[in-house]
Unconditional design. Structure first.
Length: 470
């Protein structure tokens, strides 16, 4: 019997003997009824302790690969040849600490939705997490209720009342795994009741994917310079949900004016529909007072969705839902069947982070940081393109939209840009009805250095101008 033993492998010797014999049996090298060497003999052959072989044989007996015969000895069980048995010999690469995939340093990526990852207050968060772990009584490590930890819901409610005018109590809040799970919970529940849903066009294709997967029928309504065109809301449709980003339209960046907000609420009331208010990044508002939530106008018809992916970082996977009271237990049941509840230690850390005032301080600091980045980007765009460029959606968030009079961002130009080292997202890629946004690009600047922003705009200018001269 051929067994390869590697003393520098991270697998134990027992594991190696067990896996080696198992693979020999499943691939037919060791046929049914073959007698195996005695444990003493095999130990001698492989120069390893007999206990190792005993342990490996024991596991193979327990799983039914081996059987003892009436007389004496150990035999291979009948009928164990498995066609195309995957040997799994490939050793996975050692992971780099904390790194999912190494960012491609040769390309400047204007992708949206990523805040400055180096701004995340790691030390503070680590200290609070340690304090929580050390002070937590053992019973807190049991299962919790699906809505999440009361302490976090309590802190979040008072924060949202204060900063976003949201009308809520901890009872109507569910802590979710990012906004993505919040959208999933809502759509899973409503798709069975009425699958018709209205969305803004363009919108985040993350949301389109969720709605499609849930089997909803998507009805796009055009976004103009002021946001969702409420005059175009279909009168011949009775949707269950209307998805909107009123404080900072994604991707175009407009703020929905109060007249349209009222029109949308009237529409929802008439149709018995719910508005899903996706408030993904409006904490970072650079001009004027913070925009109040739509939810504050009609908490019975608006489902408010928030996330910490932009305020803190996406890796936290922390978001929340505020629901009209009669929906809370229904959506909680969906959350329960999906993952029982979100991780408790992170929730308690975030709760302490808010309670001790670190969230407010972080937002103040981050807002200044992003405002400076946004101004630098706008300056770079104006310097290169002058009056050929208009800037949209720059009053909030961590991305803006640049619209050009003479540049068409077709696949040819986008791939040329990528070859020259600049990757660009476009509103056109997020649009359901194609062809309306060919002159616009999105620029996510949250996680870019000043140098990368300036270099990116330089590449954009050189590549686009070369194309125009052709
Ligand atoms: C429009 C919109 N809403 C919400 C989110 C946040 O998703 P999550 O909280 O799951 O990270 C994103 C992410 O980029 C987004 O683009």
């Amino acid at each position: 019997m051929y067994l390869q033993i590697n003393r520098s492998s991270d697998k134990t010797l027992t594991q190696q003997v067990y896996e080696g014999i198992k693979a020999n049996i499943l691939t037919g090298i060791l046929k049914a009824h073959t007698k195996l060497p005695s444990t003493r003999q095999l130990a001698k052959e492989l120069h390893i302790s007999r206990n190792v072989i005993l342990e490996a044989y024991e596991s193979l007996f327990a799983e039914g690969y081996l059987e003892a015969s009436k007389g004496s000895g150990t035999y291979v069980t009948e009928g164990l040849l498995l066609e195309n048995y995957a040997l799994g010999t490939e050793t996975p690469k050692e992971p780099l600490l904390g790194l999912l995939h190494e960012p491609n340093k040769s390309i400047i990526d204007f992708r949206t939705g990523v805040p400055s990852l180096s701004l995340f207050p790691k030390e503070k968060w680590g200290r609070l997490y340690k304090e929580i772990c050390e002070s937590l009584p053992a019973f807190s490590l049991d299962y919790h209720e699906p809505r999440g930890c009361y302490a976090l819901r309590y802190e979040l409610c008072s924060y949202l009342r204060r900063t976003r005018g949201v009308t809520c109590s901890p009872h109507e809040m569910i802590i979710t795994t990012g906004a993505a799970q919040a959208f999933n919970l809502i759509t899973q529940y409503f798709t069975k009741i009425n699958p018709d849903v209205i969305v803004e066009d363009p919108l985040s294709h993350g949301i389109t994917d969720i709605l499609e997967q849930a089997g909803m029928s998507i009805h796009p309504v055009l976004v103009d310079a002021m946001g969702l065109s409420t005059a175009l809301l279909p009168s011949n449709l009775t949707p269950s949900l209307v998805f909107t980003t009123p404080s900072h339209q994604f991707p175009l960046g407009s703020v929905l004016p109060i007249s349209r907000r009222i029109e949308l609420i009237r529409y929802a009331r008439n149709k018995g529909a719910y508005i899903v208010e996706d408030d993904y990044d409006s904490e970072f508002r650079f001009e004027g007072a913070p925009i109040q939530s739509m939810q504050s106008l009609d908490p019975d018809h608006v489902i408010y969705v928030g996330t910490f992916s932009k305020i803190l970082c996406p890796a936290l996977r922390m978001g929340y839902l505020i629901l009209p009271r009669h929906l809370t237990s229904k959506i909680s049941s969906v959350k329960y069947t999906e993952d029982i509840h979100s991780p408790v230690l992170e929730q308690l850390t975030l709760s302490k982070f808010i309670k001790e005032g670190h969230l407010d301080a972080h937002i103040r600091k981050a807002k200044k940081y992003y405002h400076a980045k946004s101004k630098l980007l706008i300056h770079a765009l104006r310097q290169k393109f002058g009056t050929e460029v208009s800037i949209l959606g720059h009053s909030a968030g961590i991305h803006l939209v640049a619209s050009f009079t003479d540049i068409t961002f077709d696949t040819d130009l986008l791939s040329r840009l990528e070859k020259n080292g600049l990757r660009l997202p476009t509103p056109e890629a997020h649009a359901m009805v194609k062809g309306r946004h060919m002159h616009e690009i999105m620029i996510g600047y949250g996680n870019l250095t000043d140098e990368a922003i300036i270099e990116g705009i330089h590449i954009l200018y050189e590549t686009a101008k070369k194309q125009q001269k052709k």
